[in-house]
Design a protein around this ligand. Structure first.
Ligand code: NDP
Ligand code: NHF
Length: 370
């Protein structure tokens, strides 16, 4: 690599990529070099908007607008690509990126099927490039500290139950025209968009153990006006683990904003009120009353016999850091040309559980081995 910063290219002009652009800007080890769109004018408009949000970057170096995803991949001045294209298009473009030798940050849900995802990851392995999905909470310092606490000398004892809920209420325009209700583009609907996080949280809390059995059910199906089939608009799932641990989750495009997750043990529980998208301006100092410790939107509840000695007092003010950490990690892999298999393996586990949820849903809620 010729530079000490990772040179990023973006495929598409997705709404989410504006956040990722900003994260790259402050990451310290990357810069956006080019944006490809199906329309050159749209790419330029997008670049102008993002540049206006970070004027210093615009003054430093111009970003190229390219009217073809493949033309961006063919460039040799790009090290890593961000792929937030709709899920139905990802397999083809991740494989093309890997063949072009680009490291890949791929949005979630990663793929339509595990088979597609395996082909995507195999292509990345063959190309010697990193594959990472776009789940940001994996990179949050706050969540990493909670994870360490749960693993080492857990203050809530032996884990018994994991519950997670991620929902927002989409209006009529959302339901009719957003990619999330289009079966060709986002076939998993709310399960892919929101349930992916619940599945990932469950894996994360279970210290990345796979459940032995999974079942799922679409509670409400939706169909976008430009789609030929329905997608899950509201979905619920359950998981069983070998050691008696169980989990449930709920995700929905019909229920008001909520992103709450709770891990319960035989000695207490911890609840995170904002496990996916940390609230901005969140409470940053911890409060203690009786046996409850509240810190950075997490509440730890202890029974009498536990102490809070192993709850790490993580620092405040990091609610915006998860996306920065994510792009910084991918850039580190690109800059050092090393591949961390942890991330693709975690994505495969998440996808296998999602696939099992869909299979269970299609067979009247039967328990399925993922
Ligand atoms: N990790 C996270 O925190 C987040 C992840 N996401 C994920 O990112 C993905 C994108 O979401 P979002 O930003 O809302 O999506 P958008 O609808 O804003 O963007 C999708 C982009 O894909 C490109 N595209 C290519 N082909 C098509 C097509 N046939 N129809 C529509 N778009 C197409 C378009 O770029 P162009 O026309 O310029 O080529 C478009 O801008 C989703 O899968 C979502 O789950 C979303 C938000 C947050
Ligand atoms: O990944 C995402 C983050 O959360 C949003 C909901 O608030 C999702 O719609 C989006 O796709």
């Amino acid at each position: 690599m010729s530079e000490s910063v990772c040179r990023w290219g973006f495929l598409g002009t997705a709404a989410i990529s504006r956040k990722v652009w900003k994260a790259i800007r402050v990451s310290g080890n990357g810069r956006v070099v080019a944006v490809a769109s199906r329309s050159a004018a749209r790419a330029q408009e997008y670049i102008d908007q993002c540049s206006a949000e970070v004027p210093a970057a615009a003054a430093q170096e111009p970003v190229l607008a390219i009217e073809s995803y493949q033309a961006l991949l063919d460039r040799d001045d790009i090290d890593a690509v961000y792929i937030p294209l709709p899920t139905g298009l990802r397999a083809a473009w991740v494989i093309a990126a890997a063949k072009a030798g680009k490291h890949v940050l791929c949005e979630k849900p990663a793929a339509v099927h595990t088979d597609d995802l395996q082909a995507m990851i195999d292509a990345c392995t063959a190309g010697g490039v990193q594959f990472m999905d776009g789940v940001m909470f994996d990179h949050s310092e706050r969540m990493r500290e909670i994870h360490r606490s749960l693993r080492d000398d857990s203050p809530i004892g032996t884990l018994r139950r994991i519950n997670s809920h991620f929902s927002f209420r989409g209006d009529d325009t959302f339901q009719q025209s957003n990619i999330r209700t289009n079966a060709q583009l986002e076939p998993h609907g709310a399960l892919g968009d929101l349930g992916w996080y619940c599945i990932r949280f469950t894996l994360w809390a279970a210290n990345f153990a796979m459940p032995t059995h999974v079942r799922g059910q679409t509670l409400t199906a939706l169909r976008g006006s430009d789609s030929e089939a329905e997608v899950p608009g509201e979905f619920t799932g359950e998981m069983r683990f070998a050691d008696g641990l169980t989990a449930s989750f709920y995700c929905s495009f019909l229920t008001a904003n909520q992103q709450t997750a709770t891990v319960s043990g035989d000695g207490g529980y911890v609840t995170v009120d904002d496990f996916v998208l940390p609230f901005y301006g969140a409470e940053s100092s911890w409060r203690e009353s009786h046996n409850v410790l509240s810190i950075d939107n997490c509440r730890w509840n202890f029974s009498e016999h536990t102490t809070r000695k192993s709850v790490v007092e993580f620092s405040s003010g990091e609610s915006n850091a998860q996306e920065v950490n994510m792009v910084r990690r991918l850039a580190q892999a690109a800059l050092s040309n090393t591949v961390d298999t942890f991330y693709p393996e975690l994505t495969i586990k998440t996808q296998k559980i999602l696939d099992a949820c869909r299979r269970s849903d299609a067979s009247a809620g039967k328990w399925i081995a993922p």
